[in-house]
Design a binder for this molecule. Sequence first.
Ligand SMILES: C[S@@+](CC[C@H](N)C(=O)[O-])C[C@H]1O[C@@H](n2cnc3c(N)ncnc32)[C@H](O)[C@@H]1O
Length: 265
Amino acid sequence: MPKRTSLTADRSSLGHRVRYAIRHPERIGPFLRRSARDLKLRLTHRDHVAYYRAVMASDAARDPRKAVGSHNEKRWLALGQMQFDYLVEEHGLKPGQRMLDIGCGNLRAGWRFIDYLDSGDYYGIDISPDILISAKKVLAERGLQDKLPHLTLTHDLTFDFLPRNHFDVVHAHSVFSHSPIEVIDEALGHVERILAPGGFFDFTFDRTEGNEHHVLREDFYYRTETLVALAQKHGLHAEFMEDWEELPHGQSKMRITVPRHGLGD
Ligand SMILES: C[S@@+](CC[C@H](N)C(=O)[O-])C[C@H]1O[C@@H](n2cnc3c(N)ncnc32)[C@H](O)[C@@H]1O
């Protein structure tokens, strides 16, 4: 797995921060400003989702593309294409299938799935009203109004408003990299109900092989075995996606499926 250089780093430790600051003195100012903002938002928002929604509002007000993690248009397009190609070219997503995109953001990948899938078969949910407004702009710019996607604000990942056995693919790209374990636990505890038979749930995560940690409660690093065990607790099967490791993306990917019962395999 050649692309990941710092799988054992604990970015929350003082030693790491000092070494990083010495290597990148130009980033000290922005980091301190972000720390001050995040502290203020943490003190004024009661739970993680409310806090992170406020982070997204602040980031989206400056630049919605940067808010979803792409520093320019070229990167925004490339990151969307990567997600699309992975599911369509490598893993057989077909028109006629239905997709739930958790944390759809401003449709970096979503607009491509909306274009490709049949009308109404893309469902995007997000905790941030600001980013969903930006998503609607992208939808209009791309002329995809007739595909009538669903774009819905959510506060939790219980999926209680969605139908049973409905989605062939549930997808969360760069969402659990910003989520405490309770949020992932909630999604894993409820995803089976909405997955169609044979469906799967793909999510990316920031992987560590050292101590699990977070930075400013914005970026969370998990060990693979923690997430596998969490899936197993909910009776689900988790597969680490080795083919995703070949792609130029800093996160790893996990695929969740429902084990078949009583079929002898
Ligand atoms: C880094 S962006 C990625 C957006 C999109 N998946 C993409 O690849 O462009 C993370 C998105 O997840 C949303 N998000 C974060 N936590 C969430 C949660 N618990 N439920 C739903 N959306 C969430 C954020 O508001 C943000 O739009």
